[in-house]
Ligand binder design. Structure first.
Ligand code: SF4
Length: 377
């Protein structure tokens, strides 16, 4: 072996790193290709360069490696929270492909579990709302319960216990001679000891308690996680039905753990969406009447006008994040397309309930990746 051969790294996966660090290996694309790779451009009729370039050898003739490398992903990936309130969160994910942002969106909508009413045992319903419609409405009432504290129901068996079922009771009656009443979700009362309705087909032994629709071994309110945090609907004012004089509803509603893929009632988010971050660039100075015209073209007020002295004014991009890409500012002739450039950077924004949901979505994606790796190995 020659001296030169001995100075080469072993073929143990580090060889690629060695080659990429050599001075004569280009690491960046020419600016126009870099722009097409990292941005979607918006013309007045349609966006262009919308495809993600994933093939690792696509720039091989230029000597640039396009393969996805874990170390550069870890170096560049960032999550920046822009807005966080009790019910929604907006954040930027920087350094990922839109397909991964979309994976998080889909997981949030359909694979993060929640608790929702699945079975309704109707004892009496003389309201104008049919049993099945009322049951459907009850299913859509969000339940304030942490699903991580519960197990999935056992589909194979009938065992409904304190670990997989939450029981609510609803019993409302509108007395004769009284005005109509509105039944709201706050009428759903938690039964920590489980169902109180006896199973009609099971006769109790003498002296024993009648069998009900659940088999709780202890009261849920004796468990530390629920004793200080009683289970109830998230919102108390969701209208379920209206009762006229003499009408009555009596039922038991059993909530179980599930995911939005099975039924939308288990979806934890009202909506989760992403978009690529818009960039609005003025390619030339837009001044005076044109500045005023540009400002008036934009329906969401992206542009401001600044005073540049001697009575002259110039348009500036003040709120690019608000841009909805309606493309109004580049309509009205070729000259407007030349003055304003609309681009989307390959980033993502989502609006969703609190940060814990996103953390759960990351765990779900992690599990999926592990499953694929196990199956491949
Ligand atoms: S594309 Fe529409 S929203 Fe965006 S800057 Fe132009 S006019 Fe405003």
């Amino acid at each position: 072996m020659s001296d030169e051969d001995e100075s080469m790294p072993e073929s143990n996966g580090l060889g690629l790193d060695y080659i990429l660090k050599l001075d004569d290996v280009p690491s960046k694309l020419p600016p126009h290709l870099e722009l097409f790779k990292t941005h979607v451009l918006c013309n007045s009729d349609a966006p262009i360069h919308t495809e993600t370039i994933q093939y690792s050898g696509v720039y091989a003739s230029l000597g640039v490696d396009n393969s996805l490398r874990l170390d550069s992903f870890c170096e560049n990936f960032k999550v920046e929270v822009k807005r966080l309130t009790e019910n929604d969160m907006e954040f930027d994910m920087i350094g990922i492909d839109p397909s991964i942002a979309n994976a998080f969106r889909r997981i949030l909508i359909s694979e993060i579990p929640t608790m929702a009413i699945e079975r309704v045992y109707m004892a009496n319903n003389t309201s104008v709302v049919q049993d099945e419609v009322l049951s459907h409405r009850l299913g859509l009432v969000p339940i304030h319960a942490d699903p991580r504290l519960f197990e999935y129901p056992d589909n194979a068996g009938d065992e409904k216990n304190e670990k997989n079922t939450i029981v609510f009771k609803l019993h409302v009656r509108c007395p004769v001679g009284q005005p109509r009443i509105t039944v709201k979700s706050d009428e759903l009362k938690w039964l920590p000891n489980g169902s109180e309705f006896p199973c009609e087909d099971v006769k109790p032994n003498a002296g024993s308690k009648p069998k009900t629709f659940t088999s709780f071994t202890c009261s849920q309110d004796s468990l530390p996680e629920f004793s200080s945090n009683p289970l109830c609907p998230t919102y108390p004012d969701i209208i379920l039905a209206k009762l006229g004089p003499g009408q009555e509803i009596e039922l038991e509603a059993h909530a179980v753990k599930g995911i939005g893929k099975t039924h939308a009632k288990w979806s934890p988010v009202a909506t989760a969406w992403y978009r690529m971050l818009p960039e609005v660039i003025l390619s030339e100075d837009v001044e005076d009447e044109l500045a005023e015209e540009l400002k008036n073209k934009c329906p969401v007020n992206v542009f401001d006008i600044e005073d540049i002295g001697r009575g002259r004014r110039r348009a500036k991009v003040a709120r690019p994040r608000d841009c909805t890409l309606c493309r109004e500012c580049i309509r009205g002739g070729k000259e407007w397309e030349e003055r304003v450039s609309l681009r989307l950077t390959i980033e993502a924004t989502g609006a969703l309930p609190p940060e814990v949901l996103f953390t759960e979505a990351v765990k779900v994606l992690e599990d999926k990746c592990e499953r694929v790796i196990t199956e491949l190995s």
